[in-house]
Every structure is written in structure tokens, then in C-alpha cells.
Design a protein around this ligand. Sequence first.
Ligand SMILES: NC(=O)c1ccc[n+]([C@@H]2O[C@H](COP(=O)([O-])OP(=O)(O)OC[C@H]3O[C@@H](n4cnc5c(N)ncnc54)[C@H](O)[C@@H]3O)[C@@H](O)[C@H]2O)c1
Length: 360
Amino acid sequence: MALKTVLITGSSGLIGSEAVEHFDRQGLQVHGIDNNMRRIFFGEPGDTSWNLERLRGVTKNFTHHNLDIRDRIALETLFRSERFDLIVHCAAQPSHDKARDIPILDFEVNALGTVNLLETTRLHCPEAVFILLSTNKVYGDAPNELPLEELETRWEYARPEDHNGISENCRIDRTLHSLFGASKASADLMAQEYGRYFGMKVCILRGGCLTGPSHSGVELHGFLSYLVKVAISGGTYSVFGYKGKQVRDNIHSYDVVRAMEEFAANPRCGEVYNLGGGRENSISMMEAIHKIEQMTGKEMNWKYIEENRKGDHICYISDLAKFKSHYPNWKITIGLDEIFRQIIADHTQRRDTLRQSVQS
Ligand SMILES: NC(=O)c1ccc[n+]([C@@H]2O[C@H](COP(=O)([O-])OP(=O)(O)OC[C@H]3O[C@@H](n4cnc5c(N)ncnc54)[C@H](O)[C@@H]3O)[C@@H](O)[C@H]2O)c1
């Protein structure tokens, strides 16, 4: 089916905005939903309105809807006025740690907001492809049960059979998720059910660390973006536990959107995939700090806090084998060096713009 009209929720955020640009470039009619709730979650540094303005400047067929995904009536009205071929659902309360302060809001946005969208899709355009951005936190801390060895700068899987990382076979229950992990697991399960029970073309992408220059990085969410922001604009970065050797796999938002595009061209019903940077794009906290220092030529201010974040992964690398086997045209195209280069360039520009506006 040729795609004509796409709806992207969380369209001012990191992944949503990349999806807006990508599908707009291809000539599709792109509708975005975003109410800048990231600002409510994280305060002024989380504000995404700069990214909305940027999108307005670079797109041709983009319509923005300042709408809350918790508002079922507003969604109904939108779905009655447009027929969507593809729904990319990226709006979320995205922080593991923040959720403990706002459990009800977190659940309403992540779980109920997702069901609102799935059900509105089923009622108005059941043939559409629906892609949910889920998270590796649905596995809770179960990945920490794998035997690890401590290397000089990172934790590493001890057994050769774990080398490629965590597959979709990892269990999602009887583990410590954080409230965020639990609300996202609820959304993940409901999306699977709309695929399996109703036969809808639903895809669930369980993200590792998703990153790129369009992130409004804050301490509680957006690891690389925030780390670079501190390196460029000042402040002190806090490293929590695990000797700073915790490993994350980082995927550029462009490669995430390319995965969505592959799925939409050959959809399946209720499939779950792990999607991160994989082993080639994995890096530990210590290694990331060292790399930024090398690339910026500046020493970073950071401090070590003994206690790790509750339920935090020690070593998480997404096993990409399932996605690659279903979609052999897809691969990681943006490596770690380029990811760092782009984020550093973007934060340097944002800092300089801010300085100029203060001076004038
Ligand atoms: N960034 C990561 O490292 C990462 C990792 C794994 C999974 N994910 C998932 O990927 C998705 C996208 O993440 P992101 O990094 O782009 O997040 P983001 O915070 O940059 O973007 C989300 C956007 O959704 C908007 N939003 C939030 N609540 C809303 C609501 N009720 N109604 C309308 N809009 C709302 C926010 O204003 C924000 O612009 C999320 O579901 C997140 O859980 C992200």
C-alpha cells in the first residue's frame, strides 16, 4: 500500500521530529500531535517549541495539532477529519526516574494515551500501520541477571552466547521496571494485543538509547544529549553507580525512522523488536565522557555518586538480529563518531545562539 498520510505523535520530540522531516521529504501529508508536555515534565530545558519552529521552517506538508493524547474526544475529531495510512506513536513521559514523582500522569500518558490511539485507529482506519515506540525498560532489570565481567572501562557480557546482546526473548515480568517501565510495558502489551487479537498491523519497537541532535536533553532523559550539553554549556554531570562503566547502545533517530519505514512497507501483526545501536554503537559512561573530552578538547566536570539509579541497566546492548532478519534492507548507517559529532555541533550552535541573544 502506498502511504499518503501519516500521523506522528510526539512530533516535536527527538524521534517524532525526525519522522516528520523524513516523511515530509518523501512528499507525504504529515500530521503531528504534540502539546509540549516535555516542558511540564522537565521544566524549561525540556521545552520542545524550538524544534516545532524548526520543523515549520524545513517542511512542506506538515500540519501541527496542539493536542493531548489523553484527550480521546480530540483524537476522535482528528481521526474523523483525516484518514491515516501510518501512525507513528512517539508521545510519552519518557523518563525512568521522573515517573516516581508523577505515577498517575505517567500512566495516563504512556498507557492510556497509547490505548486511546490504538482504539481510535481501530475505529477509524483499521488498515493503517501502527508503530509504537516502546523501550528496553519493559525488561526491567532482568538484563542485569546475565553474568558480566568488569573490563577497564566498561562492563561486558561474560558468556560468548550473550555477545550480541538482549533479544526479545528476555522476560518482561517478575523484574524491577520503575513505574515508567511498567506503564510502557502496559502500552507494549496492549499494542501487541491490537496486533494479535484484532489482526492490526502493529509494530512495537523496544528502544535502547535513542539519540540525535534534535533532543531537548535534560538530566532525567536523553543521556548523550544531556552529557554533551553539560560538556558544552557548563555544569556538572552526575554519574550514578556501577563505577561509571554502565554500557548503553545508541541509535541515531534517523536509523530509528528508517526501521519504521521498512516495517510500514512490509507490515506484520503485533511484532515486537529490540531496536538500539547494537554492539557497534555501544559505549560506557566513562568511554562517552572520554570521547567528548577528546572531541571538544575540553575536560568535563562530572561527579560520581555511589548509588546507581534504581533498576538501571548495567550493560544493555540490543540484539538486532530479529529486526534485521525480517527487514534485511535495514542496518545502522550512523556510527558513534558521527552521532557525537552531530550532537556536539548542535549544542555548540545552541550555546552560541543563546550567548548572542543575551548580549544583544
Ligand atoms: N530517547 C530515548 O533514549 C528512548 C529510549 C527508549 C524508548 N524511547 C521512547 O521513544 C519515544 C520517543 O522518545 P523521545 O526521546 O523522542 O522523547 P521526547 O520527549 O523527545 O518526545 C516526546 C514528545 O511527546 C510530547 N508529549 C508528551 N506527552 C504528550 C501528550 N500527552 N500529548 C501530546 N504530546 C505529548 C512531548 O512534548 C515531546 O515533544 C517515547 O515513547 C520514549 O519512551 C525513547
